[in-house]
Ligand binder design. Structure first.
Ligand code: GLN
Length: 501
């Protein structure tokens, strides 16, 4: 009997169309898998059993009746708990939203429903997407399926772990400074942050509005491409949404896998590598460059000198925007309310009890950075650095069609190891943050395991704004070469989890 949880989303789509499997069977197989392993992994905060099966049954009925259905109709998906979902609890990993039932759908949620994809549930995340390990979730951490004692990345650790644990073939993430790409890197999966504005943010609980972007997560490049096309597109409900056609991601992935990379210039960013990067991470990165060369690409070195200030600028801009965005959690409008004598006291007590330490740390920092007398010194300076980083990218993209680097400096670390050391935690995103500051698209795909610890390593590809298709072309070409070398996908090489039910 076929274990459908091991198939790719596009394989599931083909099997559904060929009639060799039903959507109900696919959804049930994933629900069984979740029941069997999620006690140990804890990728899900909410499992949407009845609704997922009902959607699957309606898709099967329509297919039997000959209705023309979208490509991914009937293929199940997991959604990060940052996206509001009507009739399904949405917490953003925070206690302050415990029990909140959104009265509406995010635009991306609606698109998933229109694509007739059964939603398996909501995935765990660091509270309000602040973190790199999911240890800042108010509901306990997610565990990395490669080694349950290690972090699955963050903030979207739940989405990435659900893929690596075969609990879902597709997932949605959000990336403000790396929360799609870093979890993908440390779980041996694929994650894409689209161009800023390429995917509607309406109904995505805001962390830092000038940096946030939703994106696709999967185990293969082509699957992320297919999901990107479902998620993308202009939305009048989001003032920053780009009024442009959705990029042809799937065609680009097929082109890269079929035709190679002749004439493509790949720029290695000098500042993203070297000191502080684990030896095995650097080794796998160099080997990936060899594969790109063999596929016909030309490798050039580029320098982006302002990147050394990216972290500093990010940790002023993000807390500033977050302190404004999170002001709405005031005990009146949503979720938790801790009653006191006056409304001021009630608001204070609610926020004191509802927010975790990392959120409070950033709200204090952001409020301070925006206060009179400091705004120009901190926020103003950070915005200037942002411009310098954007200029570095413009110059680099004159020399290269895409830029590449390791996604993270190290393989996944142990749970508990950095949770009390914010700076060590922040350093995970040193290579991913520049893309958010510039609004450009980026992908992380698996480039093997580090020889010293056998844990996954991610390869990052960055493209100019609006050129998301390039990520898929280069990513698919590299993936094809690596999968041929490994004799299978990296995901299939993870140790088997014990099934408890
Ligand atoms: N880890 C980064 C942070 O803590 C990125 C978060 C994100 O992309 N949402 O801010």
């Amino acid at each position: 009997m076929t274990d459908w949880t091991r198939a790719s989303a596009l394989e599931m789509s083909a099997a559904l169309r060929a009639g060799t499997v039903t959507s109900v069977e696919l959804v049930q197989a994933h629900l069984d898998r979740i029941a069997g392993v999620d006690g140990a992994v804890h990728a899900f905060l909410h499992v949407n059993t009845e609704d997922a099966l009902a959607v699957a049954a309606s898709v099967d009925a329509d297919r039997a009746a000959g209705v023309d259905l979208p490509l991914l109709a009937g293929v199940p998906i997991a959604i990060k708990d940052i996206l509001v979902t009507k009739g399904m609890p949405t917490t953003a990993g925070s206690k302050i939203l415990e029990g909140w039932m959104p009265p509406y759908d995010a635009t991306v949620t609606s698109k998933i429903r229109q694509a007739r994809m059964p939603i398996l549930g909501k995935t765990n995340m660091d509270e309000f997407a602040m973190g790199s390990s999911t240890e800042h979730s108010a509901y306990g951490p997610t565990h990395n399926p490669w080694d349950l004692d290690r972090i699955p990345g963050g903030s979207g650790g739940g989405s990435a772990a659900s893929l690596a644990a075969w609990e879902a073939p597709l997932a949605i993430g959000s990336d403000t400074g790396g929360s799609i790409r870093q979890p993908a890197a440390v779980t041996g999966t694929v994650g894409v942050k689209p161009t800023y504005g390429g995917v509607s943010r309406y109904g995505a609980i805001a962390l830092a509005s000038s940096l946030d972007q939703l994106g696709p997560c999967a185990r293969t490049v082509a699957d992320t491409a297919a999901l990107h096309e479902v998620m993308g597109g202009h939305d009048v409900m989001d003032a920053t949404s780009l009024d442009q056609p959705v990029p042809s991601c799937l065609d680009a992935a097929r082109d890269g896998a079929t035709n190679g990379l002749k004439g493509v210039r790949v720029g290695v960013v000098k500042e993203l590598g070297g000191d502080g990067y684990q030896a095995g991470v650097k080794q796998r990165f160099e080997e990936a460059l060899d594969h790109l060369r063999a596929a016909g690409a030309e490798i050039v070195e580029v320098s982006c000198p302002s990147f050394v200030y990216a972290m500093g600028a990010y940790y002023v801009i993000l807390p500033s925007e977050a302190s404004s965005n999170l002001a709405k959690f005031d005990s009146v409008r949503f979720g938790l309310r801790v009653e006191r004598d006056t409304i001021e006291q009630t608001m204070g007590a609610t926020r004191a009890e509802g927010f975790g330490d990392e959120v409070k740390r950033r709200l204090v920092l952001g409020t301070y950075a925006l206060s009179a007398g400091y705004r120009d010194a901190y926020y103003g300076s950070a915005q200037k650095v942002r411009t310098l980083i954007q200029r570095d990218f413009v110059a680099a993209f004159e020399k290269a069609d895409v830029l590449v680097s390791p996604t993270t400096p190290t393989t996944p670390f142990k749970l508990g190891e950095r949770v009390d050391d914010p700076v060590a935690m922040y350093l995970n995103d040193i290579a991913t943050i520049p893309a958010n500051l510039a609004g450009i698209p980026g992908m992380s795909l698996p480039s093997g395991v580090a020889p010293e610890d056998g844990l996954p390593v991610g390869f990052q590809i960055l493209a100019p704004a609006h050129e998301d298709a390039r990520l898929y072309r280069i990513g698919a070409a590299l993936e094809k070469a690596l999968v041929a070398e490994w004799g299978g996908s990296l995901a299939s090489m993870a140790p088997e989890l014990e099934v408890t039910r």
